[in-house]
Design a protein around this ligand. Structure first.
Ligand code: HEM
Ligand code: HEM
Ligand code: SF4
Ligand code: SF4
Length: 318
């Protein structure tokens, strides 16, 4: 029976190693596979007893198919011996988004490690869900208040005002929730926003080239962060400060501030809201609409080319 202290130290060093892998911007699946227990005894056959515990890559390509960077930039890989974690290490490399979809897809990575990876950014996901729900509620109720205050019945406008007043503190609480649930990624994001390096300058150059080419050159993607993402996050922070200041003035100063001051504050609040609605619409196009269209386009492009794929495969198999 191993000593309890030894077990604790082993668990701590394993946890530290896994955290280290997940914190590095590089495809994590191969290293997670190698840290797993390997092929289960349930899968051995009479003739292949020695496969038990094997941690080798099966070349199944699940990780390659699951990776969003592969899907966006390189398309499907059909050559069987290239459908391995090595393809991710060569092609994705430092463009990795740290989404851990490859770990979840790998049959050679065991369940405990998959769950560790799944839980690793859970705090960020919960914070994002709170942020998105609060913002969308504020945006929709705000649009209705702005356009239909004089048209809709008073009770409906009162209810919308209440929704707005419930969602506003929820929005204001998101940074605290983020700090509480995931101090590590909160700090990481702040450091990323505040940093500037050679790759940022290169990203800007490529972005400008893409703009000038009018669609002939594609926009760059540089892994976890780049100036575009930093600008989006900074503008959100700035807008939230404006919302908090002007919204509190509208809320608390209803009876005390003069009519013209309320009108001016409402103007700033509503114009900031319009700008942020456009920003968030661009975010939704980027994360929801564009990937869906890309998948559709790829499906349509593959349709009718099945024969070519089979010929390619037959040639490869010789
Ligand atoms: C239904 C609505 C939404 C969905 C499905 C969604 C989805 C996503 C996804 C998939 C990412 C990761 C993007 C990536 O790694 O490339 C992301 C990141 C982010 N989202 Fe959203 N989002 C939604 C609404 C919002 C709203 C309303 C806000 C803010 C007001 C917001 C703020 C952010 C921020 C700050 C990030 C991190 C920065 C980034 O990677 O772009 N999201 N969202
Ligand atoms: C800390 C956050 C916020 C606070 C404290 C706040 C507070 C308020 C208050 C008290 C009102 C007046 C409501 C009424 O007349 O019943 C208002 C109106 C409004 N809010 Fe906000 N709000 C916040 C964030 C937002 C956000 C994120 C948006 C949209 C993206 C938004 C858009 C609007 C709009 C469009 C109006 C209507 C202005 C008008 O009457 O012409 N607000 N807000
Ligand atoms: S982007 Fe996601 S799926 Fe692709 S290598 Fe990185 S963690 Fe794995
Ligand atoms: S998913 Fe398949 S190809 Fe990728 S590392 Fe695991 S076993 Fe290898």
């Amino acid at each position: 029976m191993p000593d309890r202290d030894v077990l604790r130290r082993q668990r701590e060093s394993l946890g530290a190693a896994m955290t280290d892998i997940l914190d590095t911007v590089h495809p994590p699946v191969a290293r997670f596979r190698l840290m797993s227990l390997g092929m289960s005894p349930a899968l051995r056959t009479e003739s292949f007893r020695d496969v038990v515990g094997d941690k080798g890559c099966l070349s199944c390509g699940n990780c390659v198919d699951a990776c969003p960077v592969m899907a966006k930039q390189f398309g499907p890989i059909v050559i069987p011996n290239m459908r391995t974690s090595m393809a991710l290490e060569h092609l994705v490399a430092d463009q990795c988004l740290r989404c851990f979809a490859c770990i979840r897809a790998c049959p050679q990575t065991d369940r405990g490690l998959k769950e560790f990876a799944l839980a690793y950014r859970r705090g960020e996901k919960v914070t994002h869900a709170l942020l998105a729900t609060a913002f969308l509620s504020l945006s929709l109720s705000g649009i209705a208040l702005f356009h239909f205050r004089e048209v809709w019945p008073e009770a409906v406008i009162g209810a919308l005002g209440l929704v707005h007043r419930i969602a506003a503190p929820a929005l204001a609480l998101t940074p605290l929730v983020y700090l509480w649930l995931d101090r590590c990624h909160f700090g990481r994001r702040l450091r990323q926003i505040a940093s500037w390096g050679r790759t940022d300058a290169e990203w800007l150059r490529q972005w400008w080239r893409a703009i000038r080419s009018r669609g002939r050159v594609s926009f760059p993607t540089f892994g976890e962060t780049h100036p575009g993402r930093k600008a989006w996050q900074l503008s959100l922070c700035a807008a939230f400060l404006v919302f908090a200041a002007t919204g509190s003035a509208l809320w608390i100063g209803e009876g005390t501030l003069g009519k013209s001051l309320i009108q001016r504050v409402t103007w700033v609040h509503a114009r900031t809201a319009m700008a942020m609605d456009v920003w968030v619409a661009i975010h939704l196009v980027r994360v929801l609409v564009r990937p869906a269209l890309q998948r559709l386009r790829r499906m349509l492009a593959l349709h009718g080319h099945e024969a070519d794929l089979l010929v390619e495969r037959a040639q490869y198999l010789g």
